[in-house]
Design a protein around this ligand. Structure first.
Ligand code: ZN
Ligand code: ZN
Length: 216
């Protein structure tokens, strides 16, 4: 049973299905989808519409309004995609799409300290966007920051909270230039997240000095 409350946006689902997103963004979407029946169904539906579009329109231009309409249609209750079998999860924390990038399981991750007890491991993806694992000790606050681009944060273990809400395993937070936040790990246990950014964060004060070394 799924208790995920923070999901992918239509834009991300559309981009994933169309194959236009950077590798790191695809990775975090695939990892969310491996935990989330709702977004998996939305992507299956989008794939079906995308395939049908290719067959019917060929190279003819398609208006945004048409695409919006198609997306709204498949999001409505009338469309019932065939469910894919749910993958058996072997590592209780690292879902299948992530395992190739971390060398098997979270036990194999080579963490590097970034201060305040927080550790990170940057994953090997194409350079258009950066994927990293973050290990945040229970109760620890991340530096207060804004964003120059997109920041996607998927919780794998534990939970964190900010002004936008409470994010637990499987939840994905989608932050952009409009959001300034200070995520704080839940006090109950250490938090592990997969985070993807397509531009450096906007940091203040001392954290900014360390930024070039940490690639955050
Ligand atoms: Zn979802
Ligand atoms: Zn952020």
């Amino acid at each position: 049973m799924t208790t995920i409350t923070h999901h992918l946006t239509d834009d991300l689902i559309f981009g994933y299905s169309a194959g236009t997103l950077p590798e790191a963004v695809n990775l975090i979407i695939a990892t969310h989808v491996s935990l989330c029946d709702e977004c998996r169904a939305a992507i299956d539906a989008q794939d079906a519409v995308g395939g049908a579009l290719l067959e019917t329109v060929g190279d003819a231009p398609v208006s945004d309004a048409f695409l919006d309409g198609a997306l709204a249609l498949i999001r409505s209750d009338g469309y019932a995609p065939t469910p894919r079998p749910i993958a058996v999860v072997q590592d209780p924390v690292a879902p299948a799409p992530l395992r190739d990038y971390i060398g098997g399981s979270l036990e194999d991750v080579k963490w590097r300290p970034v201060g305040m007890g927080v550790k990170q491991a940057i994953l090997n993806t194409s350079r258009e966007a950066t994927a990293r694992l973050l290990y945040i000790p229970a109760g620890t606050a991340m530096p207060d920051h804004g964003h120059r681009g997109l920041e996607l944060t998927l919780v794998l273990k534990g939970a964190f909270q900010d002004d936008e809400g409470y994010f637990a395993r499987g939840d994905i937070e989608i932050a952009d230039e409009d959001l300034h936040h200070t995520p704080v790990a839940d006090i109950s246990e250490d938090c592990i997240c997969l985070a993807v950014t397509d531009a450096p964060l906007r940091l203040k004060g001392l954290a900014r000095l360390a930024q070039p070394f940490l690639r955050i």
